[in-house]
Design a protein around this ligand. Structure first.
Ligand code: ZN
Length: 246
């Protein structure tokens, strides 16, 4: 649906051949899905069940009504994902992997799949910590996983929403224009809009940025501007090669 809308109402000018860009990102998505299913799921699913059984973690300190426990768990998972996102930019060996997501020269719904399998593998200890510290039961974990997937597909999409609608939405959730600024090749603009679901975290940390026109944004990383930088082979190898200064 988003891809159809991107065709009818594109937000930013497209630089790459669409089918090549999308099919490349779907390959990334395949490797990412395999990593999540083979490595992450066997860790986080039993952990969430154990957390629930033993009433472990922050939210189990008091007995909360289950719906409230679920909502708080989802909100705190969203906040700790904000922190993880900042870390993937700030910690050099994490940035090596997150860079693969950012070098994409067009930003569209398929970019939501473009995560290096290594980044997802490295996020497993963080995810385990989120679940154990917050006290996330399996149902809350599954609700959050679905919300995050939908949110990531939506805010990476290259769909032009009516400006009034988007202005209203940015008060609550991350939107395509907002996340476009995070994918700008200007470092000061990349260092903003870190939220993945609710925008409240950027508001609280003073990292929300709205004052960049989409027409002025070049998507990507300045040190990796060439079409050759985003090919499958080069992108998979990127974390393991000498890094250009970003
Ligand atoms: Zn990022």
């Amino acid at each position: 649906m988003l891809t159809a809308l991107e065709r009818r109402r594109p937000l930013r000018r497209v630089r790459e051949v669409k089918w090549r860009h999308v099919s490349r990102n779907i390959v990334f998505g395949g490797a990412a899905a395999a990593t999540v299913n083979l490595l992450e799921r066997p860790v986080v699913e039993p952990l969430a069940r154990m957390v629930q059984r033993r009433r472990f973690g922050l939210l189990y300190v008091r007995r909360l009504p289950p719906p409230l426990h679920l909502i708080l768990a989802v909100v705190l998972l969203d906040y700790t994902l904000y922190v993880w996102h900042v870390l993937t930019h700030r910690v050099p060996w994490l940035w090596r992997f997150h860079l693969v997501h950012h070098v994409d020269r067009d930003l569209d719904a398929s970019t939501a799949f473009r995560f290096h399998a290594g980044e997802l593998a490295l996020s497993i200890p963080w995810r385990a910590m989120q679940i154990a510290v917050i006290g996330v039961p399996p149902d809350a974990l599954h609700v959050w996983q679905n919300i995050v997937l939908l949110s990531i597909l939506f805010h990476h999409s290259n769909v032009e929403l009516p400006i009034g609608v988007e202005r209203l939405l940015t008060r609550f959730v991350v939107t395509p224009r907002l996340h476009g600024i995070h994918h700008s090749s200007v470092p000061e603009e990349t260092d903003s809009n870190w939220s993945s679901g609710l925008t409240v975290w950027d508001y609280l940390h003073g990292t929300l940025r709205l004052d960049v026109r989409q027409e002025d944004i070049t998507i990507g990383v300045a040190a990796y501007p060439a079409p050759a930088d985003v090919t499958l082979a080069n992108s998979f190898a990127l974390p393991f090669t000498a890094q250009a200064s970003t």
